[in-house]
Design a protein around this ligand. Structure first.
Ligand code: T1G
Length: 694
């Protein structure tokens, strides 16, 4: 008998409590306990009805995903749910926290569902590359209609309790204590001889004859490359077209196909990896953290403004400093505009706009920063400017304040030396747009103190970011790998490929856009400035001039000038190949004495991706990233690497490290270019027949 689930009588109502921290996941012991306690409740003559509830933070938040890939152990969740549904006593699910996946499916096996206002329900299985496999695709359409069920299941997002009430997923919101409210609700039902409500007996309504084909078309672009969303549609279709038991069989078939798919393996890997990155190897879990109650951002430009918004969104007061009044006013106006646009989309209320703006305190004086706990500098990417800012911060900030730089490529150790307190300095590299992109590369300097690292990693989560700890090198992890890929992409065009062909290969792999469309979006001048800075600082190692430099010098900066590597029509972000650029590339080849040749898609894929895999291996060897999963999470959350491929190094394992190593060695022999010198780690893994993940 499992001790993870207990039964007790509260007056004349039986209470079944799940207690399996942290999220009451429906592991084998919980499933077993749920069945045993249900049977106990049915045998208990004093129990007129039953209530199921979760102890701790939440109603069961889903199947125990740590069990996936292991031999299944009974009782199977669909059977547990079916037994609750077959109960001849009324069962009420009492929901708080997040009743997700199998948790909501258990609740759908109950006759009624009540919830506290703050609760959320949902079927997020699609985000793990699977689908609700315990009847969710068959019961939810019967309860709320096929259209609404599709929206919940295919998006996989949580539904707030009040919206769940409106949809009919929840029957009543409980204002006070959840258990008390659920007991009262159950007593009222029992007293009124309320009927059992088995969802399996309902008919799933399909409001529109073309619902499923239209829905599939509506998600085709966004869900490109994923498998699960399309299987979800098929499962819901079965709910409408088949009797319940046949629909359940169809659900199980579709679930089984997805469970073993490479996409789902990758997505489950990412689920755990994005949590694992928060656990820094070698940093004791109980490392003290500094209190962060007041923050400041230096610079009210695009990055500074976006960074400030993250703190205001999390309810943390944030000062924003500019040295010029008009720049400060402009920055504040842009922040307000961003919030108002979000409010227009209904994602926040007008009041929330005001509340967040009130937390953003503009200032022109460094002296105002004497009370802040953390400062993030987001000024021009130039060492002299950084030096001036950090000298000032060192002068005005209180002892113990953390001084962070948002630099994307400059040396954090050198910046730390501009202060008397290098142990309090670290990098917090936000990705543009800073208020949108989830990735935060936290850059640990040589002298950064442990508690500063622990504080910043914890703060990342507080502001809704996925914080990854990285070391100091040019470009840290993400941009260091990106620069190698960009250089390879340019070289491929020099040799004969077109920018559009290179972009299509990587778009087809699953990136949201190819290297050149990405440069046009970020602005061609960004890369140009970095290359020019490198040419000034380290001429021997800087990248040679190339045709993209000429584009910038001709004012073709990308989307912002409606012309970059591609042309852009007014108000349209679709990249259009440009004959002017083709001519410029041809001229460049001629000047370089390059005879253009046919370049295959396969060669483009190998050279753009394997150069990143090799760089990732070097990054791991140098300790710039601690684990392969840190590199993978960075590429998924910073550059849109497709989740259904798990990350650059997870994908490398699917290709085969040996295959990649052989190609990297071949390219190294052919080009003599150090970028293709195989990393020792890559060679060792290849020789041992292993992958990055074992
Ligand atoms: N199984 C096992 N462990 C889980 C888990 C789960 N379902 N959900 C969370 N954890 C662990 C997590 O790894 C972390 O562990 C700790 O709990 C706190 O999580 C048949 C097949 C519930 C909203 O997809 O969305 O049901 O790192 O850091 O930010 O149809 O966790 O502390 O050791 O995320 O407060 C469907 C997934 C499963 C829900 C809480 N359910 N979980 O967020 O904490 S498939 C899900 C979440 C399924 C059925 C199918 C979130 C959360 P550690 P956390 P949080």
């Amino acid at each position: 008998m499992s001790d993870l689930v207990s039964y007790r009588l509260e007056g004349d109502i039986g209470v079944i409590s799940v207690n399996y921290p942290p999220v009451n996941a429906l592991g084998q012991g919980v499933r077993e306990g749920l069945v045993a306690c249900l049977r106990q409740g049915l045998d208990d003559d004093q129990a007129k009805a039953l209530v199921v509830i979760g102890e701790g933070r939440t109603f069961p938040a889903g199947a125990d995903i740590r069990e996936f890939g292991k031999p299944p152990q009974g009782p199977a969740l669909p059977d547990v749910v079916a037994e609750y549904e077959a109960s001849d006593k009324l069962v009420v699910a009492a929901i708080h926290g997040t009743a997700l996946g199998g948790g909501l499916e258990v609740a759908l096996g109950c006759d009624y569902r009540v919830a506290v206002d703050s609760a959320k329900v949902g079927l997020p299985e699609v985000k793990l590359g699977i689908l609700p496999g315990a009847g969710g695709t068959q019961r939810l359409p019967r309860l709320i209609g096929a259209q609404k069920a599709l929206e919940v299941i295919v998006a996989g997002n949580p539904v707030k309790a009040k919206d769940a009430l409106e949809l009919g997923i929840v029957d009543e919101l409980i204002g006070g204590d959840l258990l008390e409210g659920a007991l009262a609700f159950a007593r009222k039902l029992a007293a009124g001889n309320a009927p059992l409500r088995r969802i399996r007996d309902l008919q799933a309504k399909k409001e529109d004859p073309d619902l499923f084909s239209n829905f599939e078309k509506s998600i085709a672009r966004k869900q490109r490359g994923f498998k699960a969303p399309f299987h979800c549609i098929k499962a819901v279709q079965a709910a409408v077209e088949l009797p319940f038991d046949e629909g359940m069989k169809r659900e199980r078939e579709l679930f089984a196909e997805l469970l073993v798919s490479p996409e789902s393996r990758a997505q489950r890997h990412v689920f755990f990896a994005e949590r694992e990155v928060a656990k820094v190897p070698g940093l004791p879990k109980d490392t003290p953290k500094r209190d962060i109650n007041q923050v400041a951002v230096i610079g009210a430009g695009t990055m500074g403004g976006g960074i400030a918004m993250n703190f205001a969104n999390a309810g943390i007061p944030v000062k924003i400093l500019e040295v010029k009044e008009d720049a400060l006013e402009k920055g504040i106006a842009v922040i307000r505009k961003n919030y108002e646009n979000t409010a227009k989309k209904g994602r926040i209320t007008a009041q929330q706009v005001e509340d967040r703006m009130a937390l953003i305190q503009p200032t022109l004086s460094y002296d105002d920063l004497s009370d802040v706990d953390l400062v993030i500098e987001a000024v021009f990417e130039n060492m002299d400017v950084k030096k001036a800012v950090f000298s000032e911060l060192d002068r005005v900030c209180k002892p113990g304040a953390i001084l962070a730089t948002n630099t994307s490529t400059l040396d954090v150790n050198r910046i730390a030396e501009f202060t008397q307190r290098p142990e309090d300095v670290m990098g917090m590299h936000f990705f543009s747009p800073a208020n949108v992109m989830k990735l935060l590369e936290n850059v640990r300097g040589e002298k950064t103190a442990d508690d500063v690292v622990a504080t910043v990693m914890d703060l990342s989560r507080r502001i809704g970011k996925v914080g990854v700890l990285v070391g100091v090198c040019h470009g840290f992890v993400g941009n260091r790998m990106l620069h190698k890929r960009q250089a390879e992409a340019i070289q491929l065009v020099n040799e004969g490929a077109s920018p559009a062909q290179v972009d299509k290969v990587l778009f087809d792999l699953g990136f949201p856009m190819g290297p050149f469309a990405m440069s046009d979006l970020a602005g061609m001048d960004v890369g140009y400035r970095i290359r020019e800075e490198l040419r000034k600082e380290d001429p021997d190692n800087a990248p040679p001039r190339n045709w993209t430099d000429e584009l910038v010098e001709q004012g073709r900066l990308g989307q912002k000038t409606q012309a970059g590597v591609f042309d852009y029509k007014e108000g349209d972000r679709t990249p259009v190949p440009s004959s002017e650029v083709d001519a410029l590339i041809a001229k460049f080849r001629e000047e370089q004495g390059i005879q253009a040749r046919e370049v295959s898609d396969q060669e483009i894929l190998e050279r753009c991706m394997y150069v990143m895999v090799n760089e990732g291996a070097k990054i791991l060897e140098e300790g710039i990233a601690a684990r392969p999963l840190d590199v993978d999470v960075i590429w998924i959350y910073g550059y849109g690497f497709p989740v259904y491929r798990g990350g650059v190094l997870f994908w490398a394992d699917s290709v085969g490290v040996k295959t990649i190593y052989d190609k990297v060695s071949q390219f190294h022999k052919e080009t003599g270019n150090d970028v293709w010198k195989p990393a020792a780690l890559l060679e060792n893994l290849a020789n041992e027949g292993k992958g990055f993940y074992g």
